[in-house]
Design a protein around this ligand. Structure first.
Ligand code: ZN
Length: 394
């Protein structure tokens, strides 16, 4: 893997071309992809097409080594099959990313996950993986976090919102502990200020991971803060009409050719060579469905602006809280925070209004309240909830 990344772009393309000639995955039109040229001409593949293909192949032969499945962002089930070699390649990519922070695969992992796992099966799995699951929300949150620190994990892994909860608990406690080597956050979008807060609380670097069940890790953050593409066997291309497309040139038990990633990924080329490819994910849009805030029927702005505004506020005040923005009517927004900011809710509302005025040039009505922000990480709804009925004619 490291050899592949050390090659020049042209040499790597040649390697991938040869790999395709051997693995010959089928594109969504059923044509064998025997090289990069055929790949360029292949149509995109949707989640639905992948699902149909899986069912067809399953009918043909019953031999699959490993399976993973996901409900994803749309709630539709995706099934992925892997043979032993493909699984070990995926684990290799993960190991490569972790080593960047001095962590080896198989070292102590403290995992902050959504639902509590129970049963002998998950207990065995966690034991084998040298992993323990902790819950940083609920009545036991504080004792769970204390337990976590006492266990001295090599690294933490989990949903950003749950890591943030744990970080807040630590900040409010006077406790000595050996810091982990790294904190890896996954699955949810996270603000730079929130990342900095988690890093301060755990006294460790924070790395963002971007992955999909179909491919496992796609991008991983280097120590300089870029989210580099890290799997040398996965080709990511930009497409005008279909967002980003991903092709796994090595996969033989299942064909993933120009597969639509579904998330709004924006790629740029960085000069950084610390990890994986020079291509890095510049902007990763939240995994939510409706990302527009409406001022009137015809005027809208991207909900990302709320995240930018809150990020600025948090950088200025040195605080970190979670938030959700709701829209019930045109031009009016309700900002719900997990705790009351030190300077009060009105101060926050005014700050957000002023920021938005500078961006959209219109006075936006913001009301802030403190309450239960959307804490179900499994829903991946993100920070913006559109509650209005919108005509999608534009
Ligand atoms: Zn970098």
């Amino acid at each position: 893997m490291e050899k592949l990344w050390s090659l020049s772009e042209g040499d790597r393309a040649e390697e991938l071309d040869q790999l395709l000639a051997r693995s010959r995955p089928r594109n969504s039109a059923g044509v064998e992809v025997t090289g990069l040229e055929v790949l360029r001409l292949s149509p995109p593949m949707s989640k639905k097409q992948l699902r149909n293909q899986f069912q067809k192949e399953q009918g043909k032969s019953g031999k699959f080594g490993f399976r993973r499945h996901t409900a994803g962002t749309t709630g539709e089930l995706t099934q992925v099959s892997l043979d032993r070699k493909e699984l070990s390649r995926m684990l290799g990519v993960r190991d490569y990313c972790f080593r960047h922070y001095g962590v080896k695969l198989g070292q102590r992992e403290a995992r902050l996950w959504g639902r509590p796992e129970s049963g002998i099966k998950s207990w065995v799995k966690n034991f084998v993986m040298n992993r323990r699951v902790f819950h940083s929300v609920g009545p036991q949150a504080q004792s769970e976090v204390v337990e976590l620190l006492k266990w001295q994990p090599d690294y933490l892994y989990g949903y950003a919102s749950l890591l943030l909860e744990a970080a807040q608990i630590i900040s409010n406690m006077d406790i000595e502990f050996d810091p982990p080597k790294c904190v890896v956050c996954t699955a949810e979008s996270i603000l730079p200020a929130q990342k900095a807060y988690i890093s301060r609380a755990f006294k460790a670097p924070v790395a963002e991971e971007y992955g999909l069940t179909e491919f496992d890790v796609i991008a991983f953050e280097c120590a300089e803060g870029h989210r580099h593409l890290v799997n040398p066997w996965v080709i990511i291309e930009k497409s005008k009409d279909h967002g980003c497309l991903a092709t796994d040139v090595s996969r033989t038990s299942q064909s993933l050719v120009r597969y639509e990633l579904g998330d709004h990924v924006n790629l740029i080329v960085s000069g950084c060579t610390m990890l994986g490819a020079k291509e890095v994910i510049h902007q990763l849009e939240g995994r939510s469905i409706n990302r527009f805030a409406y001022l009137s029927k015809n005027e809208k702005f991207h909900a990302l602006e709320f995240a930018r505004a809150v990020n600025r506020y948090q950088l200025k005040s040195g605080e970190a809280f979670e938030f959700t923005v709701y829209q019930y009517q045109y031009g009016c927004f309700l900002l719900e925070t997990s705790s009351v900011p030190a300077k009060g809710l009105l101060d926050l509302s005014n700050f957000i209004s002023e920021y938005l005025y500078s961006v959209v040039g219109v006075c936006v009505n913001i009301r802030s309240t403190s309450g239960n922000v959307n804490k179900d990480p499994a829903s991946k709804k993100g920070y913006f909830v559109q509650e209005m009925e919108i005509d999608h004619d534009n």
